[in-house]
Design a protein around this ligand. Structure first.
Ligand code: 13P
Length: 255
């Protein structure tokens, strides 16, 4: 039984002050909410303060990225060990914005995923096709490549514990979400592949969440798909009311 998982990826939004105010409000709203995991991924500058505000609550905290070396001359980078020490429990890895704007390859995604696990973080590994790839009917091929390479050298037990985020690039920040049927089809494909590659137990345990223009009015249909285990929410996670509405509508009782 996979508990729904809803994470807000704030990207490069919110100052420390704004982030803490948000989390203080959110922790009160989710205080009595059970049967769902709620996670916030603030920018690095706010990570520690958010983790402090979320301590001993049912709000989890994620880094938006990590570097794979523990420490060293890597100006501007933050290691998985440092993110963990600052209070993160999860790390987003391989977001399409990092792949597209910062040149992250599947091999880099793999190194970051392994480093996150080694540091005791749960990776949220993002995969997804571009519009061009979808139109060329290459969606499954792209997902297979990104997952196989991104999760290379992980044990079945490690795959079981991580979170895969299917984020079609054409749906991110465009207001054009994948339909529930499109998401359901991609998630079912991912689950099938996981079953082949790491076995039924790990495939059944691994969370596969959807990201791309998730809003309060489309989340219900998305999480009603059997293989959609939650969402990675961008824009709609910046407002506490809309994020909370997505959380509420993702709970099993609400579906
Ligand atoms: P939007 O919800 O703004 O489309 O962003 C999705 C996303 O990239 C989450 O990681």
């Amino acid at each position: 039984m996979r508990i729904p998982f809803i994470a807000g990826n704030w990207k490069m939004f919110k100052t420390v002050h704004e982030a803490v105010l948000f989390v203080k409000e959110l922790r009160g709203l989710v205080k009595d909410v059970s049967g769902i995991e709620v996670v916030i991924a603030p920018p690095f500058t706010a990570l520690h303060a958010v983790a402090e505000a979320a301590r001993s609550t049912n709000v989890g905290v994620a880094a938006q990225n990590v570097y794979w070396e523990r420490e060293g001359a890597f100006t501007g980078e933050v290691s998985a060990v440092m993110a963990k020490e600052a209070g993160a429990e999860y790390a987003i890895v391989g977001h399409s914005e990092r792949r597209r704007l910062f040149g992250e390859s599947d091999a880099i995604v793999n190194r970051k995923t392994l480093a996150a696990i080694a540091a005791g973080l749960t990776p949220i590994v993002c995969v997804g096709e571009t519009l061009e790839e979808r139109e060329r009917n290459q969606t499954f091929e792209v997902l297979d490549r990104q997952i196989k390479n991104g999760l290379d050298r992980l044990t079945a037990e490690q795959v079981a514990e991580l979170i895969l985020a299917y984020e079609p690039v054409w749906a991110i920040g465009t207001g054009r979400n994948a339909t529930a049927a499109q998401a359901g089809e991609a998630h079912a494909h991912i689950r099938k592949r996981l079953r082949q590659w790491v076995g039924g137990d790990a495939a059944d345990h691994c969370h596969v969440i959807y990201g791309g223009s998730v809003k309060p009015d489309n989340i219900g249909a998305l999480v009603a798909e059997p293989d959609v285990d939650g969402a990675l929410v961008g824009g709609a996670s910046l407002d506490v009311k809309s994020f909370m509405s997505i959380v509420t509508k993702s709970r099993p009782a609400a579906v």
